[in-house]
Each structure stands twice: as structure tokens, then as C-alpha cells.
Ligand binder design. Sequence first.
Ligand SMILES: [Zn+2]
Length: 151
Amino acid sequence: MQLTEHFSLEALIASETATRKNIDNTPPSEILANLHILAQGLEQVRAAVGGRDLLVNSGYRSPALNREIGGAEKSKHMYGLAADILCPQFGTPLDLCRAIVAAGIVTDQVIHEFGKWCHVSLPAPGAKPKGDLLTIASVAQGYVEGLNPVV
Ligand SMILES: [Zn+2]
């Protein structure tokens, strides 16, 4: 099912881990509205990088899948409001994070994660966006303020 022009429901719920571990990653109906919001946000991100295709590594995660991969306890992925994305045709994950900010897209959090991808989350309907900009280089170091290079 296509949610927006460039993002399908299938792309936002696909998970190699879920397939491999036989975990049902079908979103409940109340999450679907959020996935529409996420797809619309990703369209804005796509526009911010000159209309280049985004790779979505992880979008919606059922609670079981989130546990399996060791996601944060209150991960926005479980609400269908977060995605881990890349845009190799545009630049590094950090470039992508910065492009989201430069475009003025309203987000809850943009996190440069391990130098490997950009985590972007959107506020729930009616919620005030946090606008957090963070970097995590390693689990041991944890989150630090700002979008920084990971060395
Ligand atoms: Zn994430």
C-alpha cells in the first residue's frame, strides 16, 4: 500500500530481523495514521536532499521486534513515528541529518547514530516537537548534544 508518492507501507515496516526471527511486524490500525505522518515527513526529507531516493533501514518496529534488536524502551519506532534512513546519493549520514535541519523540517529528534545512519522522528499529532539534535558514537558514550562527526 502506497502511503505517499515515494513511500509504501511495506517499505516502512520491512525488517530483515523480523523476517529472520519470524516476528510479526504488522502495525496495529492505530499506528497506521502515524505511518502516514512518517511518510509525509520522509517526503519532506526527500525534497530536502534534492528529491533523491532515501533508504529506510528501519521504520515501524513492533514491541517484540524492538526488544529483539535492543531498541530504546520508548522508541518512537514502536509508534510508527521514526525511521533510520540513508541517502548515499546525497552524502554521509551526517550530511543527511544536517540537510533535515537546514530545510527547517519539524522533527522530534534527529540523531546521528554511530556514523552509520540518520534517525529521524516526528512529534505525535498534537504534541510539541522536541527538536532534539543528538549524536551517539557508541553505546558506552551515549547521546551527546548536537550533530557531530563520529570518529
Ligand atoms: Zn532509529
